[in-house]
Design a protein around this ligand. Sequence first.
Ligand SMILES: [Zn+2]
Length: 249
Amino acid sequence: MTQNNGRRRFLYLAAFFVFRILVVVIVLGGGGWVLLAHPKTPVPSHWNPLRDLKVSAPVTPVTRYQLNRTVADETQCRATLAEAGVHFEAMEGLVVDQSCGIAARGLLTRLATSHIEAIETSCATTLRLAMWEHHVVQPAAHELLGTGIARLRHVGSYNCRRMRTLQGENNGWSSHARADSIDIIGVVTTDGRVLTLLNNWQGTGPEPAFLRKIWRGACDWFRVVLGPDFNRLHADHFHLQGSGWGYCR
Ligand SMILES: [Zn+2]
């Protein structure tokens, strides 16, 4: 009898304890949500997970969450690019078959602060590229080359093909088949220097340091990044891919 009472009392206390925790979580969580969701919230937008991504805003621990939300929402993605001054002319989605096509398609002709040869790609790839250009490429150029970047040079994004490996073509579809990737071969600086992975990757000095810095920095904005150190198929370009899981080599 006493043992039963003791057990009942223990269960009662345990239930009360859980209830108290729940109340605290609900009150704090609810309060936090109201604080973030309020139109006049004092929390700056780039620290607020409920607010939209802004390309030029400072990077915070919340930025990647905002980016993931934005690339998944076509309307928001296009609006974010337009606000940043990126020229991404809307095109009808390209549907080829189950493996190939471009969702949230557009024609990219200009990033916020540099030119790029016109390229058809997805909004998600364009937005990741815009984040990389603003937060990695331009700052690295100013820091290491003492100049800005006038132009990014690429060799394509959409390509309905299978994966290429050193052993030949693989059975899997390339991320290029959905325009989830873009291949960058180099840059042109504002003071007229032409840097390519082929000519400037090896060695020491500011140019190789710059290329290595923007390669590493791409891993913050893309999910798979392959460069000349990965294999000889990537000797002349960075493969920047928005799908997949954290491979940076
Ligand atoms: Zn590629």
